[in-house]
Design a protein around this ligand. Structure first.
Ligand code: G
Ligand code: G
Ligand code: MN
Ligand code: NA
Length: 250
């Protein structure tokens, strides 16, 4: 396929960049982390969204080398940030199924010099559909390496609550679809409140994503979430702009 060849070429010449979206502490407003979000700087098409190439990368196996580039680049860039700011990297299900994942992660940490406790890996519920023993083994190996694991887009997939008990994630990221109609919609409010309560009781930190308005920010922080992410704080920013944002905020 044409796009596949184009993507293969882009990986070879590293035609990608990472943008960073800040996560702030719900109580102090301080930036505690940033989520790395990949973009393809295409020579003709301009900046291409990952929604338009991650699925193809997954289908073709190109997610392997692309994911490695993302991991290494995120770790290398974050190693130069103020030490209290962590970096979060998204892993797709195909990356998670790769038995070399833990070694790839450890190599990225060693090469970059980033402390393991500054790296968060975001996985989605789809990952949990695969072989449960193997999934647990991979999660355990990553944990042993010192990185933390976040359950991304929580509530949108085939959420198995028993899984939350079997494997305590470090963090749950409440999907933005539950935030969209806050604070007016009673059902959305009930769901967000319930996830915050459940996660907190299970010892997991709660990030609410997709917070776009001051009202949503006030609601979610009042409900006791730990971190907030969304356009109300900042859009994802190119590295230099992210660093200026950090400087201005600190
Ligand atoms: O930033 P945003 O619109 O553009 O991201 C769209 C989707 O792409 C989101 O679901 C996000 O998790 C995913 N995504 C962004 N960067 C990466 C990445 O580096 N790896 C993977 N696997 N997914 C990513
Ligand atoms: O799937 P994941 O949660 O990793 O992807 C995050 C996606 O959400 C990215 O595409 C990012 O650009 C987008 N995003 C981040 N904050 C907001 C927000 O406040 N509103 C909306 N609509 N999208 C957001
Ligand atoms: Mn994410
Ligand atoms: Na998410």
């Amino acid at each position: 396929r044409n796009l596949e060849a184009d993507l293969r070429r882009a990986i070879a010449v590293q035609e990608f960049e990472l943008h960073y979206q800040p996560l702030v502490d719900a109580r102090t407003g301080r930036i505690t982390a940033a989520e790395a979000l990949v973009r393809w700087r295409h020579p003709e098409r301009g900046l291409v969204s990952p929604a338009d190439f991650i699925p193809l990368a997954e289908e073709t196996g190109l997610i392997g080398p692309l994911g490695q580039w993302v991991l290494r680049t995120a770790c290398t860039q974050a190693a130069r940030w103020p030490a209290h700011i962590r970096v979060a990297v998204n892993l797709s299900p195909a990356q998670f199924r790769d038995l070399r994942l833990a070694d790839t992660v450890k190599a990225a940490l060693t090469t970059s010099g980033l402390a393991a406790d500054r790296l968060e890996l975001e996985i989605t519920e789809g990952v949990l559909l695969a072989d449960e023993e193997r999934t647990l083994a991979t999660l355990t190996r990553l944990r042993a390496a010192g990185v933390s694991i976040s359950m991304d887009d929580f509530g949108t997939g085939y959420s198995s609550l028993s899984y939350l008990r079997r494997f305590p994630f470090d963090k749950i990221k409440v999907d933005q679809s539950f935030v969209r109609q806050l604070p007016g919609d009673a059902e959305s409010a009930a769901i967000v409140r319930a996830i915050i309560t459940m996660g907190t009781c299970l010892g997991m930190a709660i990030t609410v994503e997709g917070v776009e308005t001051a009202e949503q920010f006030a609601f979610t922080t009042a409900e006791g979430c730990d971190q907030v992410q969304g356009y109300h704080v900042s859009r994802p920013l190119p590295l230099a702009e992210f660093l200026s944002f950090v400087d201005a905020r600190e």
